[in-house]
Ligand binder design. Structure first.
Ligand code: ARG
Length: 559
């Protein structure tokens, strides 16, 4: 059991059920200063219930609390400050890590059930945006966290490869595009055409009609339209692959929106059978009680984003029999997912309760939203490349003799970009800043990777044997031990709250505690403490590496 849970349980028994165990768990605090104790329980709320002074209650509780993990308590101003049995805890946590290595912190709540994760899902013929990067790294981390809890994660890249934008693109390409130029630099050129379309359409609205007509042709299987579409799709996919390759991300499925083209009639039919389809201004909709109606078919007969998502949900349930189905998509699409999930509920599928939109905030540039239409985007591939170059420059400066410099620079550069995203709670907007991402000190990925490399080099120098004696009394490493002890709890909560930032923040705390420990004692000093201290260092490398892996990052041994 984890410390806070265990303390809450002990307090619950001491208090004879006057507060629930859950409530107590929330009330337990970490004191501001280490010398005040490891945890602390405020007695003010209990004082109100019992109509007694907190100063009277605190010593009563302190006297009755009994647990093998508690060493002693102190009373300070209405608080019971709790000091833990350091040696008991240190021995238990270090023994676990030595035995389990990277499996430390693995949970079993998943029980082999399936979680599908809809992630990344960029739009074909447009650049891979920062928003899609957010979806990619958050989704990938959630998949890794799910697997850590024993779920089977299915990563689905629901590519935006169908829709009215292809009508626009075909019109623009036919009017202003040149084949050789597009072939040379597909994403950039297609984006230019897309931007030009929107500029010209402002003064020539008939362009929009032409675009609609071309999309209709595409939906009807027109040969020329299909060929162009396939070409755009192919070129874009090749570009996206480069990015996935750099990030080290693979998908179990890349079935995008077009995959559902022949699966939508069935949805429409099912909706008709269940008498859910209503006509509204020539369009087909499903009316919803507290939400705007969900559009299923437009008046011109063309289908919609929502229809494809309905078909996709059915397909995923039938194919994977998921227990949960996550959609890692920006919070501007909240209404869309509410509508889609509601329609599935109305259709009578009990599995609708496993569908979850995992929204995230925007990536801002100078406080403003980045928009593809106006061409104001930062190209992700160049961001990643720049990050790797900067990492290389840093390495050349700090460690010119390092072998595999290029490979390490790739790990560090991508790590910087991933961590810059995941250290923030996902719903917060993030200011895009190359400079911040690439700082190698402070709250950054490279700082964590560097800490790992530093610890690893100590292990090499100390010729560490992991089978060492794991019984320890190491007051100087206590803050590190407490962090190590918390790891299983943190990863379990990060999963259940779909929040990788909890792992990111945790790793920062662990690295800080470790660096303090590292700075305060000479670890390789040949005293009788050396083996115990080096065991702590080993445990730190294991947990740092595993924590970084759960964020989708790697931990170089040297940098
Ligand atoms: N391609 C969409 C976009 O960029 C995201 C797709 C998300 N997934 C889904 N099943 N709707 O806006």
């Amino acid at each position: 059991m984890h410390i806070v849970n265990e303390l809450a349980h002990v307090l619950y028994q001491t208090l004879d059920g006057k507060l629930t165990e859950e409530k107590i768990q929330q009330m337990i605090e970490k004191p501001k200063y280490e010398h005040l104790g490891d945890y602390s329980f405020p007695c003010f709320e209990l004082a109100k219930i019992l109509r007694k002074s907190p100063n009277v209650i605190a010593p009563e509780i302190a006297n009755e609390m009994q647990s093998p993990i508690i060493s002693h308590t102190e009373i300070v101003g209405g608080y019971v400050n709790i000091f833990l049995q350091q040696e008991v805890i240190a021995t238990s946590v270090l023994t676990s890590i030595l035995q389990e290595k990277e499996s430390y912190g693995t949970g079993s709540s998943g029980n082999d059930k399936v979680v599908t994760i809809d992630l990344s899902s960029p739009n074909i013929a447009k650049p891979f945006s920062m928003g899609h990067l957010r979806s990619t790294v958050i989704g990938n981390s959630l998949a890794l966290l799910a697997e850590k809890q024993g779920f089977q994660a299915v990563r689905i890249n629901h590519l935006g490869d169908w829709g009215t934008q292809f009508g626009k693109l075909i019109v623009a390409y036919k009017k202003w595009g040149k084949e050789e130029i597009v072939r040379e630099n597909p994403i950039q050129e297609l984006l230019k055409l897309y931007v030009q379309f929107h500029e010209e359409a402002e003064t020539a609205p008939s362009l929009e009609d032409e675009a609609r007509a071309w999309f209709k042709k595409l939906e009807n299987g027109d040969k020329e339209a299909l060929e162009l579409w396939e070409w755009f799709r192919h070129e874009s996919w090749q570009e996206f692959l480069k990015i996935y390759d750099i990030l080290g991300i693979k998908f179990d499925s890349n079935d995008g929106e077009a995959f559902y083209n022949d699966k939508m009639d069935r949805v429409v039919k099912l909706l008709e059978e269940k008498s859910l389809l209503k006509e509204s201004d020539g369009a087909q909709v499903v009316e919803l009680e507290d939400l705007p109606p969900c559009l299923i078919k437009k008046s011109d007969g063309t289908t919609l984003y929502a229809t494809r998502d309905l078909a996709a949900a059915l397909y995923r349930q039938e194919t994977y029999e998921f227990d949960q189905s996550l959609y890692v998509v920006g919070n501007e699409q909240s209404l869309h997912f509410k509508q889609v999930y509601k329609v599935l509920e109305k259709m009578g599928y009990d599995w609708h309760s496993g569908l979850k939109h995992i929204p995230f905030g925007m990536m801002l540039k100078d406080g403003k939203k980045m928009s593809t239409r106006k061409g104001k985007v930062v190209l992700l591939e160049s961001v990643l490349k720049e990050a790797m170059e900067l990492a290389l420059t840093n390495i050349e400066e700090k460690n010119p003799g390092l072998v595999n410099k290029e490979a390490v620079a790739k790990q560090v550069g991508t790590g910087a970009v991933i961590f810059h995203d995941l250290k923030n709670y996902r719903l917060h907007d993030i200011e895009f800043s190359l400079e911040d991402m690439l700082k190698f000190e402070g709250e950054t990925g490279p700082y964590l990777q560097y800490t790992h490399a530093r610890a690893s080099s100590l292990l090499r120098k100390g010729n560490f044997e992991p089978e060492g004696d794991a019984s320890h009394h190491l007051p100087e490493a206590w803050q590190v031990i407490i962090q190590l002890y918390a790891f299983p709890e943190v990863v379990a909560r990060a999963w259940s709250e779909y929040d990788p930032s909890q792992v990111a923040k945790y790793l920062m705390e662990l690295a800080r505690a470790f660096n303090k420990f590292y700075g305060s004692v000479r670890i390789l000093d040949d005293t009788k403490w050396m083996q115990a201290r080096i065991t702590v260092v080993f445990a730190v490398t294991v947990v740092l590496k595993e924590g970084l892996r759960l964020l989708g990052m790697t931990a170089p041994l040297e940098m």
